[in-house]
Structures are given as structure tokens and as C-alpha cells.
Design a protein around this ligand. Structure first.
Ligand SMILES: [Zn+2]
Length: 128
């Protein structure tokens, strides 16, 4: 019943150890190149600077089929009610700015860490 997908090889993620956004790479021991993996798995990305691992579940990284398909280079408007994924781009109307999701906090409510072009890193709630 579980969906399978090919995880992104490289992502710009917020490294809480380095305190900034750095390119992170998928841990090879978990997913081989181009290999389909279960969406419910946990994926380990390692920071290319400090080599510490940052974990995400497949649900954080992959669009479920019942949601609208990802449109590349399209900025979804931000709403706290929406569900967002790591690597996704959004547009914040109040900030009048677009940003890329670089991290996620599994708090309640769930917070996403968004890197805005001018405002920099901002935490926003989602799934409200
Ligand atoms: Zn780091």
C-alpha cells in the first residue's frame, strides 16, 4: 500500500549544527542512486560542510498523489493551512517575497523553515 519514490540526491537544507543553509546530500547507505524507496522511510541527508546528518521522512519530501502535482519553478502561495515539503518554493503575500523551504520542525503545529530572498530565514506554521 505504501508509495515508493526516488529521493532527491541533493537539497539545500538548514543545518542546525552549522546554523546556516548548506547543500546536503542523500546518504548513500540508505538509498542507492535512482532506487525507489518507501515513502514512510526516514532519509538521512548529510551536511556537506560538517557531515552531520539531518533526517527527514519521505512524507516531508514527497508529494502524495492526491495533492496537486509539483510544478517546477512555481511558487505556491503561503497559507498556514497548507502542507509543504522540503525543497518546495512558496510565496508569502504579507512579506511580498518568495522563499524556499529548507527545514522542518516536527513540533505542534509543524513549522517549516523558509529561506526568503531578502528577509532571510523565517519559521512558518503549516498543517493548521
Ligand atoms: Zn552542517
Amino acid at each position: 500500500m505504501s508509495s515508493r519514490f526516488i529521493p532527491t540526491e541533493e537539497l539545500d537544507l538548514f543545518c542546525r549544527f552549522c546554523g546556516k543553509i548548506l547543500p546536503a546530500k542523500l546518504d548513500r547507505s540508505i538509498a542507492e542512486k535512482g532506487k525507489l524507496v518507501d515513502i514512510s522511510s526516514t532519509f538521512e541527508y548529510y551536511c556537506t560542510k560538517c557531515f552531520k546528518t539531518i533526517c527527514f521522512s519521505g512524507e516531508d519530501l514527497f508529494h502524495e498523489t492526491e495533492e496537486e502535482p509539483p510544478v517546477s519553478d512555481d511558487f505556491r502561495p503561503y497559507s498556514p493551512k497548507n502542507h509543504y515539503l522540503i525543497g518546495e518554493k512558496l510565496f508569502h503575500e504579507t512579506f511580498n517575497e518568495s522563499g524556499v523551504i529548507v527545514g522542518k520542525e516536527n513540533s505542534k503545529p509543524v513549522k517549516i523553515l523558509v529561506n526568503f530572498e531578502h528577509k532571510g530565514l523565517k519559521k512558518l506554521v503549516m498543517d493548521l
